[in-house]
Structure formats: structure tokens, C-alpha cells
Design a protein. Sequence first.
Length: 244
Amino acid sequence: MRILIVNPNTTAAMTETIGRAARTVAAPGTEILAVNPADGPVSIEGYYDEAFSVPGLLAEIAKGESLGVSAHIIACFDDTGLEAARSLASAPVIGIGEAAFHLAAMLAHRFAVVTTLSRSIAAIETNLMKYGLAARCARVRACEIPVLSLDDPNSNASEQIGAEIERAKHDDRAEAIVLGCAGMAELAARLTDKHGLPVIDGVASAVKLAEAFGALGLKTSKIGAYAAPRPKTYLGSFAPFAPR
């Protein structure tokens, strides 16, 4: 099977990190296509960035559909544009945040999320409520590291994330940790070993769920909320996005 992973920001180095993490866990015979749009913000840190990343994301999802991929993964922890992408695509669309939350809830009674900046906490908490998992999350923590610093070898990102994991264990009684950014994908195994509890990466979680959907022959329901958009005219620069 072929899985398309879309990093909704425009930073190619982060897309490469995400692609490597995905290929590490992918089963033999699974092909990973990791892409990012050419237009949009270099990182998604809050609602404003998120809004401008959605058109580029949907354009990449449309390209994946034309290639006949088996599943799409949105590699932004806020699950940016998830509902719109599910409406557009015939193949399943998985958000890495939703995937990681569900796996954490099956591995621990209480989990915590460690994300990048405090401004991201509200979006993550809102998603947890929407997914019905807010009661299982002890706390959403921020290590105050900008997204692009995660790829900087001179930053102390891993140490700051680790410090928040220890606080979550002792202060929040968290039994598992969800890493709240796709740029943290390659840290999960090392942090699991160091801190002695499951540390869950959404990219890996989404890849394995995508493979499971493929094996089971399951796709997104198209008879209700995620039905294909109704044909209509879109004006101006959005004309190419018009449903047909």
C-alpha cells in the first residue's frame, strides 16, 4: 500500500524527519510518500497559521487522491484541516493527534501531552474534547520550544521535553506521554527508554492505523458529515478548489 503523509507547513527539513520516522515503523510493502505544500507558513503555531495552511494541505490531499494512495496522514498535531480533508478524499484520512490520543487511551488510564508552545495548548484541549478523550488526559504541557527549533541540533529540545515528561509523571500522575508535534517523531523510542513509560508519537501511530484500515478494507464513511462537497463555483484564487 501507499500512504501519503502531508506536513501542512512548508519546511522541507521537517517533512524529511517525518518521512524517516514513518518509514521506520512501516511494514514491508508499505510505501511512504512524505510531502509538504509550496505555499503557506513555515510552521504552524496557533490558529492564524493553521488557517493559512489548509489550502496547501488540501491541494496535496487532492494530488494523493489522483495517485490512488491507500490512506492520507495529516502530520500536524493540531489535526489541521482534518474534516475538510476527509470530505475531499475517498481514502481514509488520519490526523496524528487523534491517532496518538486513541493509542494512549488504550495503553494508560491517564496520559499527558507534551507540546511545543503554550499557544498550542488550547487547540489540543479542544481536540481532546471533540474526540471524547479530555477526561483521560491529565494535562497538556508546553516545553516552550518553537517548532523549527526541534530540527536544530544545537537546541536543547530533547532535554526540555524530557523535563516536562518528568513533571507530568510526578505532578500529573501521567502513565503515558503523547508527543504533541510531528517534529518530535524521532524522539519517542529514546524518551520511552529514558523515562520508563510509553511515549507515543502521532506519526508512527497514524502509519500503523493506516495500515490496519487497509488490511481491514475500511474507508471513511461518505454518506453524512464527510460526504463529498457539493458542486459550486469558487471565485478568485480559490477557483481551482471548486468541487465538481
